[in-house]
Design a protein around this ligand. Structure first.
Ligand SMILES: [Zn+2]
Length: 178
């Protein structure tokens, strides 16, 4: 069986007992989680998110890129248009221990990546040296990006893949503050 066939086999079992077909588009929680693509990291597991609970964005390293800033702003705009009021949406950035993006901080790897892509931007955007530092950088990236709504609340967290524990390292703040 191919990996894709496996997915379909699992989906067949999933659909057999599926009962969540009438969930509203508006999530139960005001949380928008930004988390890493890493297969060991899943907010449905570490934060117990059920279908319909929360918005989740995943990218490599859970880093704030221009694309992430745009998507956060788009979601904000959609919610604002739907409700006619300022959304309560809160961005929860969850980076994790032993992230593959720490490899981008290794000088030889950084050099190879920079040569391969012909730009330093890839390493500059994604490399993680220290998780508290990268979370602080990502909050700063949101703050300095003029398309991101100033009323957005954001916080920074580290998920420990060895203990399964989540730890908040950046207090929840509005972009207007700090
Ligand atoms: Zn990762």
């Amino acid at each position: 069986m191919t990996d894709l066939e496996q997915l379909y086999q699992r989906n067949t079992s999933f659909a057999e007992t599926f009962t969540a077909g009438d969930l509203p588009i508006k999530p139960n929680l005001s949380t928008l989680v930004l988390t890493c693509v890493d297969a060991r990291v899943d907010p449905a597991k570490y934060a117990g998110l059920e279908l319909g609970d929360a918005l989740v964005l995943r990218n490599v390293g859970a880093r704030v890129t221009d694309a992430v800033a745009l998507e956060v702003s788009m979601l904000w705009a959609l919610m604002e248009m739907a409700s006619g009021a300022s959304p309560k949406m809160e961005l929860v950035i969850v980076q994790h221990t032993k992230c593959g993006m720490a490899r981008f901080a290794v000088p030889e790897v950084a050099t190879q990546i920079t040569e391969r892509f012909g730009t330093e931007e890839v390493v500059d955007t994604y490399a993680i040296v220290d998780l508290e530092e990268s979370l602080a950088t990502d909050v700063a990236r949101l703050r300095s990006n003029s398309i991101v709504p100033r009323e957005l609340k954001v916080s920074g967290h580290i998920y420990d893949i060895e203990t399964g524990r989540l730890q908040q390292v950046i207090e929840t703040t509005r972009l207007t503050q700090g």
